[in-house]
Design a protein around this ligand. Sequence first.
Ligand SMILES: [Zn+2]
Length: 316
Amino acid sequence: MNIGRIQIEPIIDGSILSTLPATKPFPDLDSPQWQDQHGMFRADGRIESALGAFVVRTGDRVVVVDAGAGQRFTNGYTPPSIDIDDPTDPLAAAYRSRGLSDEDLRRVAGNLASTHIEQGELPRSLDAVGVRPDEVTDLVFTHLHFDHIGWASANGVPFFPNATIWCASADLEHFLAGPDEERFVTFVYHALTAAQRLAPVLDRIETWEADRSLMPGIDVRLAPGHTPGSSVVVISDGSAKAMLLGDIIHCPLELMDDDFNLLVDHDQALANRVREAYARELEGTDVVAAAAHFPGLEFGRLLPSNGTRRWSFSAP
Ligand SMILES: [Zn+2]
């Protein structure tokens, strides 16, 4: 897709079929809200999310925004088990601390065994759009969750050997301190912690502490809540503008319905306020947006519709 003279291309690393709990049940299969999700929701109430990144070519810079989940598992992925009747079960405790009711927890536990991750396609996807890792000048992270920093390093060395790496200072501080939530992702997703993944590239990380322009055509805006330094990447040329929303939402429904959100945020109340603010900003404008887990990493627009909102995946 082009934003003025800037080119944006999605780069798929894989997909994740998960049991993310939500504040409200998913809409029924006949509803327009269901149709607007473009196959992300499944009838069993689970979400199939893309894992990936975006390549942005602006001027002489080749920028990659987010970096998928990383190298393929050598022996495939094995889903974790959960015993919700055991008060010491770490996964049950983590879900309860996010406000999940016992009934919802039972449903999540029932689906957990079929959680599935495919990853490791990013190098091939990059090659398919004609980008070599050593050509990438900048790697920009919307936040430092494992599924966004996966290709920061591979086999203990930087995957993008010449790239400057950018992230919010609030996230770098938070994740390098080894927060509790990292135990959850290593347990469920068998991922390296952010500290482990970023160790080979720490000397080339530059941070932002406030909203700023990183380079011509690319600005970052702090949008905390999902993580302490969660940020939105704004790409613009003249009056054309696109937003890469990172994980401030995971599915379009979170912009369409203020009461619907997935219980995956570090600070739920703050994340909800940020989501609502972006919904108001995007609604009815020409600004196209994509989040890091939308199907196919497709762009779309938020449209007003009879006092509510619709998501349209048809980018201009
Ligand atoms: Zn994510």
